[in-house]
Write a protein that binds this ligand. Structure first.
Ligand code: SF4
Ligand code: SF4
Length: 200
């Protein structure tokens, strides 16, 4: 996510309204995932194990700037276009292209659901500061006058945020132990609880 210190902190409220243009689901965006995201995504696709997401090249493991190995969505390439495999475009009556997320709303990654809120995580206190991160360089939603209450946005996702807090604490522990990639992988490869089906 780049240099998080550069982003303004959100306290109380922020102005934003998504127009569903889909710009943040294309290009050079990096959609980082946590284990809860992997589970929701795999369940949505009918997979009994998260490994299937990696095997089908929907997700890839990558080492971030801080050294932690984390999964992210692997965007597809078509000519010069790059786009999320879960993005579906539709054409409205006004001729405008709308970007719809196939995982919305129940199986969408937390980072996408919270956008434009991002987090500055303090490993010592295990607390977050919420920051405003423009979802895409040309995101039209940031010009909105619509006021969003930080508390309400966080309440809508409190369970997923709590899960991610635990995940961040585990990552910090692994980093502190100078763990290698296999130790990180153990966080991301697990059964989803679904019976084995033949995914489409
Ligand atoms: S770029 Fe902004 S307005 Fe467009 S879909 Fe993403 S968040 Fe919504
Ligand atoms: S998961 Fe959905 S919201 Fe997130 S980048 Fe992909 S299409 Fe966009």
């Amino acid at each position: 996510m780049g240099k998080l210190e550069a982003f303004p902190q959100v306290i109380g409220e922020y102005r934003f309204e998504c127009t569903r243009c889909g710009n943040c689901c294309t290009g050079d965006q990096r959609v980082w995932l946590n284990p809860g995201d992997l589970k929701r995504m795999a369940v949505h696709l009918g997979y009994d194990h998260t490994e299937e997401l990696f095997r089908r090249k929907l997700v890839v493991l990558e080492q971030g700037e801080n050294g932690a190995w984390r999964p992210r969505i692997l965007f597809k390439h078509y000519k010069k276009l790059r786009f999320c495999p879960f993005l579906e475009n539709s054409l409205g009556e006004d001729g405008a292209v709308t970007g719809l997320c196939r995982l919305h709303p129940l199986h969408k990654p937390l980072i996408c659901s919270l956008a434009p809120l991002g987090r500055r995580w303090d490993a010592e206190t295990e607390k977050s500061e919420w920051i405003f991160v423009k979802p895409a360089p040309d995101c039209p939603g940031v010009n909105s006058k619509k006021v969003q209450l930080l508390r309400e946005t966080l309440e809508r996702h409190d369970r997923e945020i709590e899960e991610e807090n635990l995940f961040f604490a585990k990552l910090q522990h692994l980093l502190g132990n100078k763990s290698k990639q296999p130790a990180f992988r153990e966080l991301y490869f697990f059964k989803t609880g679904l019976r084995e089906e033949s995914p489409g």
